[in-house]
Design a binder for this molecule. Sequence first.
Ligand code: COD
Length: 163
Amino acid sequence: MSRIAVVPGSFDPITLGHLDVIDRASRIFDEVHVLVVHNPDKSALLPIAQRVTLIDRAIREAGIPDHVLVTSWSMGLLVDYCVDVGASVLVKGIRSQIDVAYETPMAIVNRNLAEVETVFLLPDPSHAHVSSSLVRQVAGLGGDISPYVPAAVADYLQNQRGD
Ligand code: COD
């Protein structure tokens, strides 16, 4: 049986931490769907379609294999997408106890809703301090974001600023 996993996130924008988790998931699962979802609790920098394009470029540049695909979802529960595509696993990246505390209730509710299990993966420690909100802040104030994001994202945001 082929095992499909969904890696959901706002990815606004994708960071090297996200990329590390996607890469690790690609080594475990037969098919991986990177799913861009709007998070109503966060104010957006990039349109969803642009986030999808940048993730696609970043994963191809990183040599992540073709069984990883990128799409978006705005039709309701995360687990509805999982059921639609036959995915039995959600993958979430964990940087700290704060992520564990935030993700654990959602993992239990998602299991209760649709028997979708959540797998927590740890990034390389060098990426554990990186977040999209930090990148948005540094980019907005004119700083260098290249240590934190894939080259495709750094190029795109620097071009937007006219650097
Ligand atoms: N290293 C490793 N992992 C990381 C890093 C990093 N540097 N940065 C972020 N991550 C992880 C996060 O912990 C998270 O697991 C994932 O990557 C995505 O992060 P973000 O910031 O892009 O996305 P979020 O946190 O805004 O998540 C958006 C979701 C839509 C995935 C989330 O809000 C969610 O699961 N919502 C549930 C919607 C739903 O169906 N609710 C009802 C039942 S719970």
